[in-house]
Ligand binder design. Structure first.
Ligand SMILES: Cc1cc2nc3c(=O)[nH]c(=O)nc-3n(C[C@H](O)[C@H](O)[C@H](O)COP(=O)(O)OP(=O)(O)OC[C@H]3O[C@@H](n4cnc5c(N)ncnc54)[C@H](O)[C@@H]3O)c2cc1C
Length: 367
């Protein structure tokens, strides 16, 4: 069996790696630099609990993927020789006023009822854990199971692992799907036609631009996020820290990532004055001590957004077509489970997770 994978972000590369391990030959078609889009733009936060709005299939999917991460990181290090800096550092979601505190305590309550570890810390307890946090922080929820990776290392590790497992990486822009007898049998590209037994579209925010991949091209669209990296000599915190308007993610070498905006600006990848102002204001509100830290990098990327915020995972609307897209804010977190369930779907083995809530023909995507 031969599968053509459209897109070499973390999603496309991870599925190709797992498929090769299952004995399926993969050709990954990437128009540009593998992993250079959302997968490199991300912050690397693995936070089902800090991100969750409530219990349900999406939380279950995110938790299943987080649970896979420790073994996934070890296996990737063996396969690629790249350590992706997976750290179970925990997330602190801090509050500044009574309304935020009440909302956070509600979140802790439902998560505990769901059997998850989540605790409330008062101001003194938060500062004992993270002394550099603003003195105006009134308390925080602590989600000790949430974690982080260096997503740029993840991009490298997955590209290497997929290639070493035998996946072929081709630089080609996919223009459309080839159909015969109502079945997808390949793709057309600027480098000619490629034939395969199945096509997996993993084109991130550009999925809607691959003709025929989705019944409504607007079902996946780009949500821009702007990021700033500053450098501190000693890491300013150990936890990933969320505030109401953004987050700070420490790397072990002192780099601190600040994020992020959420904008619908088409495919305009510029970093803007108001975007940077908002990200920096959030960073300063959390950690006033970074005021003198040098800014070392700024960038923007496109989250693949869907109308209901859920990914699109599994079979497409024609035989031979599969989709792994729409991972929105959580594609780095969801990489291991996506690779597992898409491999199961394509080779036809029993699924580890019910994919019904994420199917491509759900109502929210067809309106
Ligand atoms: C600022 C920001 C912060 C984020 N932070 C986090 C985080 O902390 N944690 C988390 O879990 N997630 C985070 N995300 C989300 C995460 O980055 C994405 O969900 C994830 O990277 C999506 O991976 P992907 O492989 O689907 O897409 P991408 O990485 O965008 O890859 C898609 C690839 O497809 C290629 N492609 C597109 N069209 C074609 C075509 N026609 N032919 C050939 N190739 C094509 C593109 O060139 C690209 O390389 C963040 C995203 C952003 C933008």
């Amino acid at each position: 069996m031969e599968v053509l994978v459209v897109g070499a972000g973390v999603v496309g590369c991870a599925v190709a790696w797992r498929l090769q391990q299952a004995g399926v030959r993969c050709t990954v078609l990437e128009r540009s630099v593998p992993g250079a889009e959302a997968s490199s733009a991300a912050a690397g936060i693995l936070a089902p609990q800090a991100e969750a709005d409530g219990p349900g299939p999406f939380l279950d999917l995110c938790l299943a993927s987080r649970a896979l991460y420790p073994a996934f990181a070890r296996e990737l290090a063996e396969a690629s020789d790249v350590d992706i800096a997976f750290r179970e550092c925990g997330v602190l979601e801090v509050t500044f006023d009574d309304a935020e505190r009440a909302a956070m305590q509600g979140r802790i309550a439902w998560q505990r009822a769901r059997g998850l570890e989540a605790t409330w810390l008062d101001a003194a307890a938060v500062r004992a854990l993270e002394p550099e946090l603003s003195p105006h922080v009134g308390g925080a929820a602590r989600f000790p199971g949430d974690a982080v990776v260096d997503n740029r290392l993840l991009v490298s590790a997955l590209t290497i692992a997929a290639a070493r497992a035998g996946a072929r990486l081709v630089t080609a822009q996919v223009h459309g799907l080839l159909e015969r007898g109502g079945r997808v049998v390949g793709v057309s590209t600027d480098q000619g036609e490629f034939r395969g037994d199945a096509v997996l579209v993993a084109a991130g925010a550009w999925t809607g631009l691959v003709p025929g991949a989705l019944s409504s091209p607007a079902a996946v669209r780009p949500a821009r996020g702007q990021m700033v990296m500053v450098r501190t000599r000693v890491p300013i915190c150990r936890h990933v820290v969320f505030g109401a308007r953004g987050y700070a993610v420490p790397r072990v070498d002192g780099r601190l990532l600040l994020g992020s905006t959420m904008e619908f600006a088409g495919f305009d990848k510029q970093v803007t004055v108001s975007g940077l102002a908002s990200v920096l204001a959030t960073g300063l509100r959390l950690f006033p001590g970074i005021a003198g830290a040098p800014v070392v990098e700024t960038w923007a990327g496109f989250r693949p957004h869907t109308p209901d915020g859920l990914p699109v995972l599994g079979a497409g609307h024609l035989p031979g077509l599969f989709l792994a897209s729409g991972h929105f804010r959580n594609g780095i977190l969801l990489t291991p489970i996506t690779a597992t369930v898409l491999t199961e779907t394509i080779v036809g083995s029993p699924l580890s997770i019910d994919l019904d809530p994420f199917r491509v023909d759900r109502k929210a995507l067809t309106l």
